[in-house]
Unconditional design. Sequence first.
Length: 266
Amino acid sequence: MIADLKELYRYRELLLNLVIRDLKVRYKNSVLGFFWSLLNPLIQVLVITIVFHYVLGLRARVRDYSAYVITALMPWTFFQMSLLDASQSVLMHFAILKKVYMPREVIPMSTVLANFVHFLLSLAVLFAYAVVRGIHFKPMILFLPVVVVLQLLLNMGLALFVSALNVYYEDVKYIVAVLTNVLFYLTPVLYPSGFIGDEYFTLYRLNPIAHLIIAYQKCFLAGARQLDPRPLDFGLFGVTAAMCIGIAAAGYAFYNSRKWEFAERL
């Protein structure tokens, strides 16, 4: 694996070029360009806030509901889109893989990094939103880079796994779409984590993306009103960190064990 990582480092410029190419192709002939990556989740936040906060009366239990949603939806979108895009990435680039030698892992990695660029832009929007809403940042905001890096590792590991598996079974991309839709409701996006009873809280947070989103909320909303009073459980967060690192390593190992068979399968 060390040799593979060294080779990947030598091809870092190719990886960067693939990321740039992905971003250019995605917004080719688009008037708004990159703004679509922000506009779509912002519209979702608006619709969700209207439905849950006003129509269903959730405002009686949660203030600043839109703050909860936008803080959770941005990292969730990064997670979901990374997996959906990566699941089809190898098949979409099979012509290049057959003709040009390159580390095969740069293909799914480039799709995750392209979505990471969008996510970084959304973080800027989150900071601006917090300032406009008068939410004061607490020392927990300094923990944000750790959370971001762990999510990037989680996304990379799962992306490498599903992209390799989809070469053998094209049903995988549909399964990923279904599972991410189910996982959406098992993750504190539409509801604050404080709504979860203590008897289920530890089990619930063994879902790594759920605990990462809770960590995002603690980082951004520590100064908000009626936030879940329970502090971030750093012991359990350590377990989540280990899971993210383990998933990244396992995904990379699985992909490398299969990548030279892709040309035959394709």
